[in-house]
Design a protein around this ligand. Sequence first.
Ligand code: NAG
Ligand code: NAG
Ligand code: NAG
Ligand code: NAG
Length: 438
Amino acid sequence: MDVQSNGKRSVLCLRYLNSRICKCIAILLVLLIARAIVFPFSSFDRIEENGLVVIGNRSPFCLDKFLEVPQIVWGLNNQKIAFARACLTARMLNRTLLMPSLSASLFYKEVERLEPISFDKIFRYEEFNPRCNGFVRLGRYMDVSNRTKPIKIPKGSGRKWTVERDLEQLKKYSKEPFDQSEVVRIEGKNPFLWHDHWPVKDYAKVLECLVLVDEIEKEADKVISRIREVGSEVRSKLDSSATGAKARMSLQPVPYVAVHMRIEIDWMIHCRKLEQRSKMNQICSSKEEIVNRVGNIIEMKTPMVVYLAVGDSLLNDSSISKGWKDGFVPLEKKKLGIDEIYQKYPYLVQSAIDYEVCLRADVFVGNSFSTFSSLVVLERTQKLTKTGVSNLCGTDVRWRSYAYNILGDSNGARRWIVDMSDLSLEKISYGSNDTSCR
Ligand SMILES: *[C@@H]1O[C@H](CO)[C@@H](O)[C@H](O)[C@H]1NC(C)=O
Ligand SMILES: *[C@@H]1O[C@H](CO)[C@@H](O)[C@H](O)[C@H]1NC(C)=O
Ligand SMILES: *[C@@H]1O[C@H](CO)[C@@H](O)[C@H](O)[C@H]1NC(C)=O
Ligand SMILES: *[C@@H]1O[C@H](CO)[C@@H](O)[C@H](O)[C@H]1NC(C)=O
């Protein structure tokens, strides 16, 4: 019902009417339409009761008011979080978010080389609004009628700009007279650096509406089928027993583990600093530590192919494939013969493909202080929750995730889920040694 009334609402909303009148007309019409569709024969009382429920549950997007945010920058996962935060900010202001620019490259300081790329080059725009219907909404610049001048909101910064002040500001701009303006434009820094006011489950809801465009999705499919193909060859070589043959006959795809190995020089410098600052020694993991802890995971059934999701700078480093326990077959892009797939694309797309490969892996192992790993685990936890299992940390569940930087049972990596009831995204954006599983 909401889908239908949504479409009608935007037609009915006359742009130049005062927003309050518009709202009232829209509500009345929605009530009437809802009544006609849902309860053609029932009594009037019931209808009103139900009509009100409908109004209460939806966000009033009919007003065609927009929020504009600065270009979204940095790593893929910083960008995803920043995007979700911009959506949630728009939701709070009762506005539609104007489709922001993402950044195709990873230059941190050289702003002129940030290569803006439109959101819909990476994620499907047509898929986003239906999936997030009633929660948040994206709009296009051509939807703006420019009937009033945009209002600019300067984001404060510095020590004095507290979470509370930030929230006050948002509240102020959601009220009169600011709520009358067609476009509100937040100026200043990248949304990743804005204060956070929302629970993890709200972020998860937005992230679920992000679907890769077909071209990128297809590349990820190719990578995954190549991994499974090699896995199947490995199995038939290592395991020629009757059960092995039977397994090969079955149509079950061959499982794989994805390990997000963060050992590049820049990360090592960053994580050592982080360790010093937080007086903790669980942030950096050496290559040897990763290999050992993945090898010691007790639930792991061998032979198993291990996809190494590593940064470009490690692709020529053959040592990442050494030292693995018997039964573990490490694979990287070159060995799989898929590095050309990646070379066709800018950083952001490469990262999006690797993210998908990690998200869909049977087992994922990452670093709990990496935003990339943490977001992968957030989405895997969300998927797992939907299957209805009672113990998300159980040993026999699907889509298990582990953190190699935290010691778990039998000297293996620690089981890891994201606490979906957490009230802020802090642990995910900045990392934590709490993996919510014993
Ligand atoms: C409003 O302005 C934006 C940005 O300048 C432009 O892209 C858009 O086409 C304009 N809309 C209309 C209806 O003129
Ligand atoms: C946004 O819309 C909802 C639903 O109509 C309303 O309850 C809320 O007060 C509005 N928020 C603001 C800040 O105007
Ligand atoms: C996380 O770090 C804190 C502070 O260093 C420490 O007290 C705690 O035991 C650690 N937790 C785990 C699960 O290792
Ligand atoms: C890896 O080595 C190949 C051939 O030696 C070279 O062409 C390529 O640029 C190297 N890649 C990286 C990321 O260093």
